[in-house]
Design a protein around this ligand. Sequence first.
Ligand SMILES: [Zn+2]
Length: 86
Amino acid sequence: MYPSYYLVAKDQGEKDAVKSFHYALEAEKIHSDLFAQAKEAVDSGNDYDLKYVSVCEVCGHTVKDGTPDQCPICGASKDQFKEFRH
Ligand SMILES: [Zn+2]
């Protein structure tokens, strides 16, 4: 749904909405990959090998077992990531 939201916002010149939908779309691609990896582990009877995730508080970009110096999607700095451990 984000690609169509993005196009509508772009057509209407809504710059903040364009940025927001772009971030959401890019972050969801990563979320989808992480979900697929976790499902694959569960389907093969294994625990998902994960120590923690870091989430960018600006765009939602999620990183497994590490925090980048700068968010590759929105450019936020490392201190704008929040770590979640289990
Ligand atoms: Zn970000």
